[in-house]
Design a protein. Structure first.
Length: 245
């Protein structure tokens, strides 16, 4: 019989319409969960992801949401709980990424990074915690190797993900013992098969001699959602050893 460790549970995956978020959402559905995803502008991708969730025999919904907005986040959480009558899992995946030189970075660039990458997870956790406590659920934040290292051309991104690391630890303390909180920090992840010299360069210097995939990240998320709940406050880098270089 197929193992369904998340059967009868419901999950909310922010930014779940495409890329890593989509793979996380589908992985949770394959494990038995009903899944709500949020999207900001990728409506067509979101609809396709929901179709794939439903094809797996699970309930799926897509909710338009601006993770920077209190009202929008509050509405997304309420819609999820209304649809599924519970919330067991929150995966804070929605994020933005860009490179920019620190000495010419604008305040708007800095603030935009923190609004999505740090404020968004804070808002979703705050709005979700009553339902998560009732279900004795779990939160997984999607961080980055950049939150653990200093990348000279990504100062605002690294700082925002470092803030998420700290938030993960604080959430774990605050929300225990009812809710566990952990983070998965991806390294270099390749989403397509097109030739990419930069991706090849990262793979060559990674001890595991390849870049990561969306499935690598999704499986790490699944580990935190199905493993011992006694594990909390952990930041798991999934990078093939790239951070050791």
């Amino acid at each position: 019989m197929e193992s369904l460790p998340l059967i009868a549970k419901s999950a909310l995956v922010t930014g779940g319409a495409r890329r890593i978020g989509r793979e996380i959402a589908l992985t949770l559905a394959r494990a038995g969960a009903d899944v709500a995803i949020t999207y900001r502008s990728s409506q067509a991708d979101a609809a396709q992801t929901v179709e794939q969730i439903q094809a797996l025999g699970r309930r799926g919904i897509a909710i338009e949401c601006d993770v920077r907005s209190e009202d929008s986040v509050r509405g997304a959480v309420a819609a999820t709980v209304e649809q599924f009558c519970r919330l067991d899992i929150l995966v804070n995946n929605a994020a933005i990424f860009e490179s920019a030189p620190l000495d010419s970075m604008t305040v708007d660039q800095w603030d935009a990074m923190f609004e999505t990458n740090a404020r968004g997870p804070f808002l979703f956790a705050r709005e979700s915690i009553p339902a998560l406590r009732a279900a004795e659920g779990r939160i997984v934040n999607i961080g980055s190797l950049g939150g653990c290292l200093a990348w000279a051309t990504h100062a605002h991104y690294c700082a925002s993900k470092a803030a998420l690391n700290s938030l993960t630890l604080t959430m774990a303390k605050t929300f225990a013992p009812a809710v566990s909180v952990n983070s998965v920090a991806p390294g270099a992840i390749v989403m397509d098969t097109k030739p990419d010299p930069e991706a090849d360069r990262f793979a060559a210097k990674t001890p595991m001699r390849r870049n990561g995939t969306a499935d690598d990240i999704a499986q790490a998320v699944l580990f935190f959602l199905t493993g011992p709940k006694f594990i909390t406050g952990q930041i798991l880098t999934v990078d093939g050893g790239l951070g050791l270089v």
